[in-house]
Design a protein around this ligand. Sequence first.
Ligand SMILES: [Fe+2]
Ligand SMILES: [Fe+2]
Length: 219
Amino acid sequence: MATRTQSRQSNRSSSSRSRGENENRSSSRGNGNRSAFSWGESAGPIIAAAIGGAAIGLAANFGRKALMQGMEATIGDWDEILAAEHDMALAIFDKMLATDETQTFKRKMLLMKLTHALDKHAHAEEMIVYPALREDDQAGDADNLESEHGYIKTFIYELNEMGPDARNWLEKVREFRQLVYEHAHMEEEQVFPEFKRDMTEEQNARITSLVNRDGFWMS
Ligand SMILES: [Fe+2]
Ligand SMILES: [Fe+2]
């Protein structure tokens, strides 16, 4: 049995803050009683640029969201998204296993990439899929899978502690991969199909949408 874990930052636009600042600046210009924070005469182009920047930021954000919505229709259901992420993580493991002890930088980079991928994946499962499983009377499965996520984090901790040139690095990675492989297999072959069989189309679409949204903000 195996899974993943990860966390990330959302890259929200700062446009609302920019708008607020611009409004304050306009009012201080209007009352003729400038404070130390008021703009000089040459501020016009700067404000215009700031507003333009905010607009571009908003457009980019809406563009990404529209793209995500479009992708929901093409990527597949929540379980297919998670299975694809399992495959991606296993592929990173294979790259790690192809390194030798002189490739310390590559090992470090691959471990960072794996940590990020597993974090993002586990976030979606722990915040959406496992809670939904518990609501569907599969609390035992959800609890077992979530506790395995804890052991996945433990492997990451141990690999970071031992360093990329440790003699048993490959052995540890091999053991780690096996855990993730078995966990993913349990999810893909047993738990998720059983859960999906009981779902209505609406529930399936809802979970898919939530998983997509989580992936978007965690990217
Ligand atoms: Fe998992
Ligand atoms: Fe998983």
